[in-house]
Design a binder for this molecule. Structure first.
Ligand SMILES: Cc1ncc(COP(=O)(O)O)c(C=O)c1O
Length: 416
């Protein structure tokens, strides 16, 4: 997106960036034109950019309301379409998808609707999980479910051996982020989900940092359920989310909140109330009343754009950018905790060491002066737990990486 003035002696393409092929490059180029562009935006881990077409779809939806038009049939179609599009993105069936408000709603639906028995336990790795997921899991304690904490390797990496040591015959569930919010390491979902399936353990995945960015295929990675938000990698407005729950499980999970939109027969009357409720088939049982129509309208466009490029091409592209940036920062002497070749790769690059301080604060002097130079140079990134975090999407390209490195190099020279 940004104009490039490459100063590093080694071309970035040689520093580890992968190429998604000619067809992929054309699709990406086409998609990039859809973004008006915040220049040097490298922060989709906080919030993805909205494309011009997705913005227009949201505005159109709002305009209908200014005219008092109620579009029941059209909205119902958008709703089903969005379910189908997300299903397509992750290799699921549309009726395995519920539309939620956010990740927390999806996680809670599973955690509290799950058929727990006395003495059961759940395993989580607090070192890598976002506070949103941890809060949801902690809610189980009051229900008498034992919560077991796995230690993260080096404080940041999911360690299968540590997880396995905690598993026993009462372990019913493992909760894990596909990509950690910090430093952004990706766990091998295929391997983990197959191991869980072998042992009859339900794998609940927080895909807040991977959906729309990394390829997810629930046919190859048989997770129990997976949750994603609309406003990050899926490039929609915030206010919506998805809950995928596998066919094998959805009907064994009893929704905690009951809404007519989650029932088989939505036209309740006094007689049905006396008989009790019958939940809708599949994941539709988790639907909770009126959705956010504006967010759904923009999401329909955004998901169509992501599918047009293809998850594999997006994944190769963003991992290539992250790898190029991490290598370049390593050359400048920074400690890079994600994005480096050989590490569990994602679209995120994090600099520094994690410490549990408030968001948007840095204690390390070298990182603080780098952050200042980046801000002055117009780079958009985030600061989490004492680390600088960059995250890429399809609208970024190598010129963004080059510009970030130019600004960083100039900042270092000026600081000497
Ligand atoms: C890994 C992860 N999970 C969950 C969330 C947020 O969850 P929610 O959509 O419930 O706000 C975030 C937000 O940054 C995240 O990074």
């Amino acid at each position: 997106m940004a104009a490039s003035t490459m100063t590093s002696s080694q071309p970035l393409a040689d520093q580890g960036a992968t190429a998604p092929g000619v067809v992929g490059a054309t699709a990406l180029q086409h998609a990039r034109r859809e973004f008006a562009g915040a220049p040097l935006y490298a922060d989709c881990a906080s919030q993805g950019l909205l494309s011009i077409a997705a913005l227009e779809a949201a505005v159109v939806e709002m305009e209908y309301q200014t005219k008092g038009e109620q579009r029941h049939a059209a909205r119902a179609e958008i709703f089903q379409n969005v379910r189908s599009l997300f299903a397509q993105l992750i290799g699921a069936e549309a009726d395995e998808i519920a539309i939620t408000r956010n990740v927390s709603e999806g996680l809670n639906a599973i955690l509290h609707g799950f058929p727990w028995a006395q003495g059961d336990n759940v395993i989580v790795c607090p070192g890598i999980e976002h506070q949103a997921a941890l809060a949801c899991v902690l809610g189980l304690r009051s229900r008498g479910i034992e919560i077991r904490s796995a230690v993260a390797a080096d404080g940041v990496r999911l360690d299968f051996t540590a997880l396995e040591l905690l598993v026993d015959t009462s372990t019913r569930m493992i909760v894990v982020s596909h990509v950690s919010f910090l430093p952004g390491l990706c766990c091998n979902l295929e391997d983990l989900s197959l191991r869980c399936r072998e042992r009859g353990i339900f794998l609940l995945v927080d895909a807040a940092q991977s959906a729309g960015l990394l390829e997810i295929d629930v046919r190859k990675s048989p997770v129990g359920a997976l949750c994603a938000p609309s406003g990050k990698g899926l490039l929609g407005l915030p206010g919506c989310g998805f809950l995928y729950c596998s066919q094998q499980w959805s009907e064994r999970i009893r929704p905690i909140y009951i809404s007519s939109t989650g029932l088989a027969n939505q036209l309740l009357h006094v007689q049905t109330l006396a008989d009790g409720v019958t939940f809708a088939a599949g994941s539709a049982r988790f639907h909770l009343g009126t959705p956010n129509w504006v967010s759904l309208a923009s999401l329909q466009v955004a998901l169509t754009q992501l599918i047009a490029v293809g998850p594999r091409i997006i994944e190769m592209h963003v991992i290539g950018l992250a790898r190029a940036l991490s290598k370049a920062f390593q050359t400048l002497g920074y400690s890079v905790r994600a994005g480096t070749p050989g590490e569990a790769r994602s679209h995120i690059v994090s600099l520094g060491m994690r410490s549990d301080i408030a968001d948007n604060q840095l204690v390390d002097e070298k990182l603080s002066s780098l952050a200042l130079a980046l801000k002055r140079g117009g780079v958009r990134f985030s600061v989490r737990r004492g680390m600088i975090r960059f995250s890429f999407h399809l609208y970024n390209d190598l010129s963004d990486v080059q510009s970030i490195m130019d600004i960083s190099s100039r900042g270092i020279t000026a600081g000497k």
